[in-house]
Write a protein that binds this ligand. Structure first.
Ligand SMILES: [Zn+2]
Length: 307
Protein backbone atom coordinates (compact mmCIF):
# COMPACT_ATOMS: atom_id res chain seq x y z
CA UNK A 1 0.00 0.00 0.00
CA UNK A 2 2.77 2.42 1.06
CA UNK A 3 4.76 1.40 -1.96
CA UNK A 4 1.85 2.20 -4.26
CA UNK A 5 1.47 5.70 -2.75
CA UNK A 6 5.18 6.25 -3.16
CA UNK A 7 4.92 5.22 -6.79
CA UNK A 8 2.01 7.56 -7.39
CA UNK A 9 3.97 10.35 -5.71
CA UNK A 10 7.01 9.68 -7.88
CA UNK A 11 4.86 9.57 -11.01
CA UNK A 12 3.31 12.93 -10.11
CA UNK A 13 6.77 14.43 -9.58
CA UNK A 14 7.89 13.00 -12.90
CA UNK A 15 4.78 14.44 -14.58
CA UNK A 16 5.49 17.81 -13.02
CA UNK A 17 9.08 17.73 -14.19
CA UNK A 18 7.89 16.50 -17.53
CA UNK A 19 5.34 19.32 -17.80
CA UNK A 20 7.93 21.90 -16.90
CA UNK A 21 10.25 20.41 -19.43
CA UNK A 22 7.43 19.92 -21.94
CA UNK A 23 8.59 22.62 -24.38
CA UNK A 24 11.92 20.82 -24.63
CA UNK A 25 10.76 17.21 -24.27
CA UNK A 26 10.39 16.75 -28.03
CA UNK A 27 14.18 16.68 -28.23
CA UNK A 28 14.09 13.42 -26.24
CA UNK A 29 10.81 12.10 -27.68
CA UNK A 30 11.84 12.06 -31.31
CA UNK A 31 14.81 9.69 -30.87
CA UNK A 32 12.71 7.77 -28.30
CA UNK A 33 10.11 6.98 -30.95
CA UNK A 34 12.74 5.30 -33.09
CA UNK A 35 14.22 3.44 -30.11
CA UNK A 36 10.79 2.12 -29.08
CA UNK A 37 9.92 1.16 -32.62
CA UNK A 38 13.08 -0.88 -32.79
CA UNK A 39 12.53 -2.38 -29.33
CA UNK A 40 8.92 -3.40 -30.01
CA UNK A 41 9.48 -4.56 -33.54
CA UNK A 42 8.21 -8.02 -32.59
CA UNK A 43 5.09 -6.66 -30.89
CA UNK A 44 3.24 -4.62 -33.46
CA UNK A 45 0.36 -3.76 -31.12
CA UNK A 46 2.56 -2.29 -28.40
CA UNK A 47 4.71 -0.72 -31.04
CA UNK A 48 1.69 1.02 -32.46
CA UNK A 49 0.45 2.12 -29.02
CA UNK A 50 3.83 3.54 -27.96
CA UNK A 51 4.41 5.23 -31.28
CA UNK A 52 1.03 6.95 -31.02
CA UNK A 53 1.65 7.98 -27.39
CA UNK A 54 5.19 9.22 -28.02
CA UNK A 55 4.08 10.95 -31.24
CA UNK A 56 1.29 12.75 -29.41
CA UNK A 57 3.66 13.81 -26.61
CA UNK A 58 6.19 14.98 -29.17
CA UNK A 59 3.58 17.03 -30.94
CA UNK A 60 2.42 18.50 -27.62
CA UNK A 61 5.98 19.27 -26.70
CA UNK A 62 6.61 20.92 -30.04
CA UNK A 63 3.44 22.95 -29.68
CA UNK A 64 4.48 24.00 -26.14
CA UNK A 65 7.91 24.92 -27.45
CA UNK A 66 6.42 26.88 -30.30
CA UNK A 67 4.07 28.73 -27.96
CA UNK A 68 6.89 29.49 -25.56
CA UNK A 69 8.90 30.90 -28.40
CA UNK A 70 5.98 32.83 -29.85
CA UNK A 71 4.64 34.51 -26.72
CA UNK A 72 6.85 37.33 -25.54
CA UNK A 73 8.05 37.32 -22.00
CA UNK A 74 6.61 39.62 -19.35
CA UNK A 75 8.02 43.11 -18.94
CA UNK A 76 10.55 43.24 -16.15
CA UNK A 77 11.48 46.88 -16.42
CA UNK A 78 10.29 49.83 -18.47
CA UNK A 79 12.02 53.19 -18.75
CA UNK A 80 11.54 56.27 -20.89
CA UNK A 81 13.95 58.82 -22.22
CA UNK A 82 15.07 61.56 -22.54
CA UNK A 83 14.81 62.07 -18.82
CA UNK A 84 15.65 65.77 -18.73
CA UNK A 85 12.95 68.31 -18.03
CA UNK A 86 11.20 69.25 -21.21
CA UNK A 87 9.27 72.31 -22.18
CA UNK A 88 6.78 71.68 -24.95
CA UNK A 89 4.47 74.02 -26.72
CA UNK A 90 0.77 73.57 -26.33
CA UNK A 91 0.43 73.02 -30.06
CA UNK A 92 3.22 70.45 -30.39
CA UNK A 93 3.97 66.80 -29.66
CA UNK A 94 6.83 65.30 -27.72
CA UNK A 95 8.28 62.01 -28.93
CA UNK A 96 9.79 59.86 -26.21
CA UNK A 97 11.67 56.61 -26.42
CA UNK A 98 10.64 53.49 -24.53
CA UNK A 99 13.20 50.96 -23.29
CA UNK A 100 11.84 47.62 -22.12
CA UNK A 101 13.64 44.75 -20.42
CA UNK A 102 13.78 42.03 -21.54
CA UNK A 103 14.11 43.35 -25.03
CA UNK A 104 11.69 40.81 -26.51
CA UNK A 105 8.88 41.71 -24.12
CA UNK A 106 6.07 43.27 -26.05
CA UNK A 107 3.49 45.17 -24.03
CA UNK A 108 0.37 45.53 -26.15
CA UNK A 109 -0.83 48.58 -24.32
CA UNK A 110 0.75 51.28 -22.22
CA UNK A 111 -1.02 53.73 -19.94
CA UNK A 112 0.09 57.30 -19.33
CA UNK A 113 0.20 58.32 -15.69
CA UNK A 114 0.07 62.09 -15.16
CA UNK A 115 -0.53 64.48 -12.28
CA UNK A 116 -3.25 66.12 -14.30
CA UNK A 117 -4.85 65.87 -17.71
CA UNK A 118 -2.31 68.00 -19.53
CA UNK A 119 -1.04 65.24 -21.82
CA UNK A 120 -2.35 62.23 -23.67
CA UNK A 121 -0.44 59.24 -25.02
CA UNK A 122 -0.24 58.10 -28.62
CA UNK A 123 1.28 54.60 -28.59
CA UNK A 124 0.19 53.74 -32.09
CA UNK A 125 3.49 54.78 -33.63
CA UNK A 126 5.53 51.84 -32.53
CA UNK A 127 6.70 49.73 -29.66
CA UNK A 128 9.92 51.56 -28.86
CA UNK A 129 8.55 55.06 -29.06
CA UNK A 130 5.41 57.01 -28.37
CA UNK A 131 4.11 60.53 -28.68
CA UNK A 132 2.99 62.75 -25.85
CA UNK A 133 0.26 65.04 -27.09
CA UNK A 134 -0.94 68.23 -25.52
CA UNK A 135 -4.57 68.45 -24.53
CA UNK A 136 -4.55 72.18 -25.13
CA UNK A 137 -3.97 73.22 -21.55
CA UNK A 138 -0.78 74.71 -20.13
CA UNK A 139 0.98 73.82 -16.93
CA UNK A 140 3.48 71.38 -15.50
CA UNK A 141 3.24 67.67 -14.94
CA UNK A 142 5.22 64.56 -14.11
CA UNK A 143 4.49 61.68 -16.44
CA UNK A 144 5.39 58.01 -16.51
CA UNK A 145 4.24 54.94 -18.46
CA UNK A 146 2.46 52.05 -16.84
CA UNK A 147 2.38 48.51 -18.23
CA UNK A 148 -0.82 46.45 -18.10
CA UNK A 149 0.64 44.39 -15.25
CA UNK A 150 1.26 47.52 -13.22
CA UNK A 151 4.95 48.31 -13.72
CA UNK A 152 5.72 52.02 -13.79
CA UNK A 153 8.56 53.60 -15.73
CA UNK A 154 10.69 56.43 -14.48
CA UNK A 155 8.95 59.80 -14.42
CA UNK A 156 9.88 62.81 -16.49
CA UNK A 157 8.93 66.41 -15.88
CA UNK A 158 7.22 68.31 -18.67
CA UNK A 159 6.11 71.93 -18.83
CA UNK A 160 3.45 72.79 -21.34
CA UNK A 161 3.56 76.38 -22.46
CA UNK A 162 1.72 78.39 -25.05
CA UNK A 163 4.52 80.26 -26.76
CA UNK A 164 2.23 81.97 -29.23
CA UNK A 165 -0.08 83.21 -26.47
CA UNK A 166 2.92 84.18 -24.36
CA UNK A 167 4.45 86.01 -27.32
CA UNK A 168 1.13 87.73 -27.96
CA UNK A 169 0.77 88.62 -24.29
CA UNK A 170 4.33 89.89 -24.25
CA UNK A 171 3.75 91.87 -27.42
CA UNK A 172 0.54 93.27 -26.03
CA UNK A 173 2.25 94.20 -22.77
CA UNK A 174 5.06 95.83 -24.72
CA UNK A 175 2.58 97.72 -26.86
CA UNK A 176 0.71 98.85 -23.78
CA UNK A 177 3.94 99.90 -22.13
CA UNK A 178 4.88 101.76 -25.31
CA UNK A 179 1.50 103.47 -25.47
CA UNK A 180 1.75 104.36 -21.80
CA UNK A 181 5.24 105.73 -22.28
CA UNK A 182 4.08 107.73 -25.30
CA UNK A 183 1.11 109.05 -23.37
CA UNK A 184 3.32 109.99 -20.44
CA UNK A 185 5.82 111.62 -22.77
CA UNK A 186 2.98 113.51 -24.45
CA UNK A 187 1.58 114.61 -21.10
CA UNK A 188 5.03 115.62 -19.96
CA UNK A 189 5.64 117.51 -23.20
CA UNK A 190 2.25 119.20 -22.85
CA UNK A 191 2.97 120.09 -19.24
CA UNK A 192 6.38 121.42 -20.24
CA UNK A 193 4.88 123.34 -23.16
CA UNK A 194 2.23 124.75 -20.83
CA UNK A 195 4.84 125.69 -18.27
CA UNK A 196 6.98 127.21 -20.99
CA UNK A 197 4.00 129.13 -22.38
CA UNK A 198 3.14 130.33 -18.89
CA UNK A 199 6.73 131.31 -18.35
CA UNK A 200 6.80 133.11 -21.68
CA UNK A 201 3.49 134.81 -20.93
CA UNK A 202 4.83 135.80 -17.54
CA UNK A 203 8.05 137.12 -19.09
CA UNK A 204 6.06 138.90 -21.78
CA UNK A 205 3.76 140.40 -19.17
CA UNK A 206 6.78 141.48 -17.16
CA UNK A 207 8.38 142.86 -20.29
CA UNK A 208 5.19 144.69 -21.19
CA UNK A 209 4.85 146.00 -17.67
CA UNK A 210 8.47 147.08 -17.79
CA UNK A 211 8.00 148.71 -21.19
CA UNK A 212 4.81 150.35 -19.99
CA UNK A 213 6.52 151.56 -16.86
CA UNK A 214 9.39 152.81 -18.96
CA UNK A 215 7.01 154.44 -21.38
CA UNK A 216 5.13 155.96 -18.49
CA UNK A 217 8.34 157.09 -16.89
CA UNK A 218 9.52 158.44 -20.20
CA UNK A 219 6.22 160.20 -20.79
CA UNK A 220 6.33 161.56 -17.28
CA UNK A 221 9.90 162.64 -17.77
CA UNK A 222 8.98 164.21 -21.08
CA UNK A 223 5.98 165.86 -19.49
CA UNK A 224 8.13 167.14 -16.70
CA UNK A 225 10.76 168.25 -19.17
CA UNK A 226 8.06 169.86 -21.25
CA UNK A 227 6.54 171.56 -18.23
CA UNK A 228 9.97 172.57 -17.09
CA UNK A 229 10.80 173.80 -20.56
CA UNK A 230 7.50 175.63 -20.73
CA UNK A 231 8.06 177.09 -17.32
CA UNK A 232 11.55 178.00 -18.35
CA UNK A 233 10.31 179.42 -21.65
CA UNK A 234 7.60 181.29 -19.83
CA UNK A 235 10.06 182.56 -17.33
CA UNK A 236 12.42 183.45 -20.12
CA UNK A 237 9.62 185.10 -22.07
CA UNK A 238 8.60 186.98 -18.99
CA UNK A 239 12.17 187.87 -18.40
CA UNK A 240 12.54 188.97 -21.99
CA UNK A 241 9.28 190.83 -21.84
CA UNK A 242 10.40 192.45 -18.66
CA UNK A 243 13.74 193.30 -20.15
CA UNK A 244 12.04 194.51 -23.33
CA UNK A 245 9.62 196.53 -21.29
CA UNK A 246 12.46 197.89 -19.27
CA UNK A 247 14.37 198.60 -22.44
CA UNK A 248 11.28 200.22 -23.99
CA UNK A 249 10.71 202.19 -20.85
CA UNK A 250 14.34 203.16 -20.83
CA UNK A 251 14.16 204.07 -24.51
CA UNK A 252 10.99 206.00 -23.91
CA UNK A 253 12.56 207.70 -20.99
CA UNK A 254 15.60 208.39 -23.07
CA UNK A 255 13.39 209.66 -25.90
CA UNK A 256 11.46 211.77 -23.49
CA UNK A 257 14.66 213.02 -22.07
CA UNK A 258 15.97 213.73 -25.54
CA UNK A 259 12.85 215.66 -26.61
CA UNK A 260 12.55 219.17 -25.11
CA UNK A 261 9.69 219.20 -22.72
CA UNK A 262 7.05 221.48 -24.01
CA UNK A 263 5.93 224.09 -21.52
CA UNK A 264 2.37 223.73 -20.30
CA UNK A 265 0.11 226.77 -19.62
CA UNK A 266 -3.03 227.10 -17.67
CA UNK A 267 -6.44 228.21 -19.06
CA UNK A 268 -9.29 229.51 -16.90
CA UNK A 269 -12.77 228.10 -17.40
CA UNK A 270 -13.89 231.11 -19.40
CA UNK A 271 -10.71 233.15 -20.01
CA UNK A 272 -9.21 233.97 -23.36
CA UNK A 273 -5.63 234.22 -22.01
CA UNK A 274 -3.20 231.60 -20.90
CA UNK A 275 -1.39 231.85 -17.60
CA UNK A 276 1.80 230.56 -16.07
CA UNK A 277 -0.03 229.62 -12.86
CA UNK A 278 -3.53 228.19 -12.22
CA UNK A 279 -4.55 230.89 -9.71
CA UNK A 280 -3.62 234.04 -11.45
CA UNK A 281 -5.95 236.99 -10.59
CA UNK A 282 -9.52 235.86 -10.11
CA UNK A 283 -8.99 232.36 -11.58
CA UNK A 284 -10.64 229.46 -9.93
CA UNK A 285 -7.81 226.83 -9.82
CA UNK A 286 -10.33 224.04 -9.53
CA UNK A 287 -11.72 224.85 -12.97
CA UNK A 288 -8.42 225.62 -14.61
CA UNK A 289 -6.99 223.30 -17.29
CA UNK A 290 -3.61 222.78 -18.90
CA UNK A 291 -2.68 222.73 -22.55
CA UNK A 292 0.71 222.90 -24.29
CA UNK A 293 2.13 226.35 -24.92
CA UNK A 294 2.33 225.85 -28.71
CA UNK A 295 -1.35 225.06 -28.82
CA UNK A 296 -2.22 228.02 -26.56
CA UNK A 297 -0.17 230.47 -28.63
CA UNK A 298 -2.40 229.89 -31.74
CA UNK A 299 -5.74 230.47 -29.99
CA UNK A 300 -5.07 232.51 -26.86
CA UNK A 301 -3.18 235.57 -25.72
CA UNK A 302 -0.63 235.51 -22.96
CA UNK A 303 -1.68 237.00 -19.57
CA UNK A 304 -0.04 240.36 -18.91
CA UNK A 305 0.06 239.76 -15.20
CA UNK A 306 1.97 236.49 -14.95
CA UNK A 307 3.51 236.00 -18.33
ZN1 LIG B 1 -2.09 235.97 -15.42
Amino acid sequence: MGKTLLNIFLVLICLGVLLSLLPYAWILFIPAIFLYRRKFREEPLRKKKYTAALGTLSLLSLCAFGYAQASPPDVEKISISPTSNYEMDVNSEYPINIQIQPEDARPKKLELVTDNGLLTLDYSQGESSCLLKSSGKTGETNVCLKTPDGKNSNAIHISVTDKKAEAEAKKKAEEEAKKKAEKEAKQKAEAEAKQKAEEEARLQAEEEARLQAEAQAKQQAEEEARLQAEAQAKQQAEEEARLQAEAAAAQEAEAAAAQPVEQMVWLSATGEKYHRIPNCGNMNPDKARQIPLSQAEGSYEACKNCW
